[in-house]
Ligand binder design. Structure first.
Ligand code: 13P
Ligand code: SF4
Length: 315
């Protein structure tokens, strides 16, 4: 306990000394969420990263998030506590395979989920997050042909609600995709008074059972304002910490991928620890480094996303 307090104080002291800001995603461990200067989902974090004036950004999230922060702030140092904090969804679209796929659809625009590598972003016309995907897609004329990558679950949910027929890349987040209807229905039988909230990275069968589908911030807003007092949450476990803070007195039950393990803890997000956060601030490594050309090209679709999101009043 005392060691944790000392570590937290040491992080705060270093942060001040180095004029650093700590940005964290809701899937981080609670200790990191509580220590961060700013906590958000992918959309809120990208917006925040676009307006930071500190010298150093410590990104407590995964690699593609830190990479996005670097693309938006090429002159700043961007640190990621553990360089191994990757993403199975971003990994599901290797850049060469994606380039070959894109060539098969020369008259399509490419809308890419932010959970992708910088190389895939370079091949994209506009980026989206789960918090703005519908508005980004709807910003194109109805007859515009679209490739949506890399999340097939998010893509098919958007196809369903917009009536479009976007061509989908066949990728998925292993954490959300693993959640089953059996697990949701079991909880629903035990708690008939609970509402089901789900992230659109879940598969279509699970989404079918949800009373509300939305991004991390969307789900947080929903449980705060909705009248239910109990929720079954089909998403990553980290979100629960903020749900209890935002909606005190309510109860949250996480859909487990499996009875014997907490498989819906994202193993990449959970690689970041207070100790690694301290060490990366102290040693200023691991630091995100990208080619200038990649930064310049990947910034175009990311900034396009931010512009559309601003004009849609989403950020
Ligand atoms: P959001 O936080 O944007 O909802 O995305 C969820 C996720 O899986 C992040 O990796
Ligand atoms: Fe990637 Fe899924 Fe982890 Fe998000 S939860 S970082 S999409 S593996």
């Amino acid at each position: 306990m005392e060691q944790t307090l000392n570590l937290k104080q040491a992080i705060l002291d270093l942060k001040k000394k180095k004029n650093a800001i700590i940005l964290a995603h809701y899937y981080q461990i609670p200790e990191i969420q509580d220590l961060a200067d700013f906590i958000g989902d992918s959309l809120a974090l990208s917006q925040k990263a676009s307006e930071v004036d500190n010298d150093v950004i410590v990104f407590c999230g995964v690699h593609f998030m830190a990479e996005t922060a670097k693309i938006l702030n090429p002159g700043k140092q961007v640190l990621l506590p553990d360089l191994e904090a990757g993403c199975s969804l971003a990994d599901s679209a290797p850049v060469d395979d994606f380039a070959a796929f894109k060539k098969m659809y020369p008259d399509h625009v490419v809308i890419t989920y932010i959970n992708s590598t910088a190389g895939v972003k370079v091949l994209s016309d506009v980026i989206c997050t789960s918090g703005n995907a519908v508005q980004i897609v709807e910003s194109f004329p109805r007859d515009q042909k679209i490739i949506f990558a890399p999340d097939r679950n998010l893509g098919s949910w958007i196809n369903k609600i917009t009536g479009r027929e976007m061509v989908l890349w066949n990728g998925a987040c292993h954490v959300h995709d693993m959640l089953t209807t059996e697990a949701v229905l079991k909880l629903r039988l035990q708690h008939p008074d609970a509402a089901v909230v789900a992230h659109p990275e879940c598969n279509a069968a699970v989404l079918q059972l949800a009373d509300y589908i939305g991004s991390t911030n969307g789900m947080l807003k929903f449980v705060k304002s909705d009248w239910h007092v109990k929720y079954i949450v089909a998403s990553e476990t980290g979100i629960i910490h903020q749900m209890y803070k935002d909606a005190p007195g309510k109860e949250f039950l996480v859909v487990s991928a499996n009875e014997t393990c907490s498989c819906n803890d994202c193993p990449y997000m959970k690689l970041n620890t207070l100790e690694k956060l301290y060490k990366c601030l102290l040693n200023e490594t691991p630091s995100i480094e990208l080619d200038d050309e990649i930064i310049e090209k990947a910034a175009v679709p990311i900034n396009r996303m931010l512009t559309i999101s601003r004009s849609a009043g989403l950020i």
